[in-house]
Design a protein around this ligand. Structure first.
Ligand SMILES: [Mg+2]
Length: 227
């Protein structure tokens, strides 16, 4: 069995939801106007009508999360990890595979899950936020980064994954990393969210955990995953 780098998306891949978006919706449970605005920004962002960063900033202005809100969301996400997926990722780590998380979500909300999965903090590549001393959100680091896109974040930080590298994700932003040549393989994991626009017949689809495990096994056994 060969060595490989396995890179996981976070939202709707490792956890069964879009973490920050669902937090915003929960926050506005009793404010339907604001909830509708937040949903509209999510839709526009997902459909590519506005840049990812613009939709994210609009939701941040609406919901104003604090540092502790994002950390608490992280603890909640860690509790939602599917036990079977958690066991499998742990097994991959024990086999010595290099595991990473690459996400357009907040690092603060991902780190508790990474700890449970045995993925070191320096292999979590996600949105860094700046806060004031009271923990209020101030903004993003200057310039481009994971708040702009996964590709922009990887380029800014000079991140390269050792080959063969495999990205597992559900979204257009994941597919874009593969299309940019920043990973060798891409598996569309559609258990939690199936987005037809990323399925173009040129990458394998895993609709559930057993099929994902089989595809990863193929890769490790030197058979490149095929659609
Ligand atoms: Mg995702």
């Amino acid at each position: 069995m060969r060595q490989a780098t396995v890179v996981f998306d976070f939202d709707s891949t490792l956890v069964p939801r879009e973490s920050f978006t669902s937090w915003v919706e929960e926050r506005f449970r009793d404010q339907p106007d604001k909830a509708a605005q937040a949903r509209a920004w999510t839709q526009k962002g997902m459909a590519g009508e506005v840049p990812f960063q613009e939709a994210l900033e609009a939701k941040l202005r609406l919901a104003a999360p604090s540092r502790s809100d994002l950390a608490a969301l992280g603890e909640q996400c860690a509790r939602e990890l599917d036990p079977a997926l958690r066991a499998w990722v742990g097994e991959l780590a024990r086999r010595g595979l290099e595991l990473h998380i690459l996400s357009g979500g907040f690092a603060l909300s991902i780190l508790p899950s990474a700890r449970i999965l045995g993925i070191p903090e320096d292999r979590v590549h996600a949105v860094e936020a700046r806060f004031d001393r009271a923990g209020r959100f101030l903004g993003f680091p200057p310039g481009e980064g994971y708040h702009s896109s996964k590709v922009a974040g990887m380029r800014k930080s000079g991140l390269r994954f050792p080959s063969p590298s495999l990205l597992i994700g559900d979204g257009a932003t994941d597919r874009a990393v593969w299309e940019a040549g920043l990973v060798d393989h891409f598996i569309a994991f559609t258990l939690y969210a199936r987005r037809p626009e990323i399925l173009r017949g040129d990458c394998p689809e895993a609709p559930d955990l057993p099929s994902l495990q089989a595809l990863v096994q193929d890769l490790l056994a030197q058979k490149d995953p095929r659609p």
